[in-house]
Write a protein that binds this ligand. Structure first.
Ligand SMILES: *Cc1c(COP(=O)(O)O)cnc(C)c1O
Length: 385
């Protein structure tokens, strides 16, 4: 079998210098070892320690968002980001159907109901123009709140997700939020280091969530963070993610049902080291994108998905877009058989049994992209030139 995918796989393996190339691996060196060793030697591995505070300060500085609150994972970060932004039980929350399950789970944990809407072929993320049209057909304003005419529920918020690091079109989305009094909460789990019109993602809404899972652009083993420009909300996020304990030298007084979601110090120690390398990872991923673009120049089946004007993507996961009619699973199978890990985009969440009862809009672009989008190996490489 000597077709163009076999040829492509050969080049990818050569570039990575491996017989099997995984989708995404974390990159560590001595800095991570030093920080983690420091935690172990001093005994500060758990819920108290200097690295959590430092990681939160470093994240705020890097993203340009006023405050960051580190937590156990990205799903917990999104749950708390939604809660402190004002999402309540029985509210509906707009989100793309084409996202990782965590986006919908986080809303569901609060008793809210995901309301799935379509994505755009330009960004792979939520389509603000189509959202506006959908609202015009299903929504009505009552007491300055958007209400779903068919369910009678308040639609409280909208959660865009910056797919594989590519920012959604935020300006028109902000207009939609303004027009219908919707709270914007960004799922920025995949977009640390991605910018829209020069401003870091995660700083556009009331709150946002980051993830530092093992496969993300930087990792703390497992971890996440809530971002917000609102000091009071940040303090509240810190309070409820640390069991809502009222500060006191010895008394265990808690003023609401809180969560034990705090990021352990040993994980934050990893994060501090990783964050110092983020710009290097992004530079490497951007070079990788150019290499893939060149490798695919004459490929008849696919092209690489590249960033939009006005955005800077972190290129967390490199993304292939197949031409219409090319069989996705055949390509995925060929690449995996040839030792190059490839994976299709998610199954639209509205089609999962667990979310079938949720409201949704027209999802024609979601279904089209589901058949065309594949991720290929994306770990940062040390390019010599
Ligand atoms: C990774 C991710 C999250 C959070 O995942 P965790 O594994 O809980 O850290 C949330 N949303 C999206 C879109 C993600 O990719």
């Amino acid at each position: 079998m000597n077709d163009e995918w076999f040829q492509f796989a050969k080049e990818v393996k050569k570039m990575y210098g491996k017989d099997f190339v995984p989708l995404h691996e974390p990159t560590f060196d001595n800095l991570e070892i030093c920080n983690v060793t420091d935690c172990i030697q001093t005994g500060w591995v758990s819920s108290v320690g200097k690295y959590v505070d430092q990681f939160e300060r470093d994240l705020a500085e890097y993203t340009g968002v006023k405050r960051a609150v580190a937590v156990v994972n990205g799903t917990a970060a999104l749950q708390i980001a939604l809660k402190i932004a004002g999402v309540q039980a029985d509210d509906e929350v707009f989100m793309p159907a084409l996202t990782f399950i965590a986006t919908a789970n986080a809303a569901t944990y609060l008793g809210a109901i995901p309301h799935f809407v379509d994505v755009s072929t330009e960004t792979l993320g939520l389509d603000p123009f189509k959202l506006d049209k959908h609202i015009q057909s299903i929504g009505v304003m009552k007491d300055n709140q958007l209400v779903n005419k068919s369910t009678g529920r308040i639609i409280r918020a909208v959660v865009p997700m910056h797919t594989f690091g590519h920012p959604v079109d935020l300006d028109p989305l902000l207009d939609v939020c303004q027009k219908y009094n919707l709270i914007l909460v960004e799922d920025a789990a995949e977009s640390l280091g991605s910018y829209y019109k020069g401003k870091h993602t995660g700083g556009f809404g009331r709150t946002a969530a980051l993830s530092f899972n093992g496969n993300k652009i930087i990792t703390t083993g497992g971890g996440g963070a809530i971002l917000t420009n609102d000091e009071a909300l940040a303090d509240y996020a810190k309070h409820i993610t640390t069991t809502a304990k009222v500060p006191h030298s010895w008394e265990f007084n808690h003023d609401e049902i809180g969560y034990n979601y705090r990021m352990p110090n040993i994980n934050a120690a990893l994060g501090c080291a990783q964050l110092q390398k983020l710009d290097g990872f992004i530079a490497s991923k951007r070079t990788l994108t150019q290499k893939y673009v060149n490798m695919l120049m004459n490929n008849k089946d696919a092209k690489l998905f590249v960033e939009n004007p006005n955005t800077k993507s972190n290129y967390w996961l490199q993304t292939l877009q197949l031409k219409t009619g090319v069989n996705r699973d055949t390509v995925v199978q060929k690449l995996n058989n040839a030792g190059v890990m490839a994976r299709p985009i998610w199954i639209p969440l509205n089609t999962l049994d667990i979310f079938q009862m949720c409201p949704s809009g027209d999802l024609s672009v979601t279904y089209k992209l589901q058949k065309e989008i594949i991720n290929i190996p994306s770990s940062p490489i040390k390019f010599s030139e």
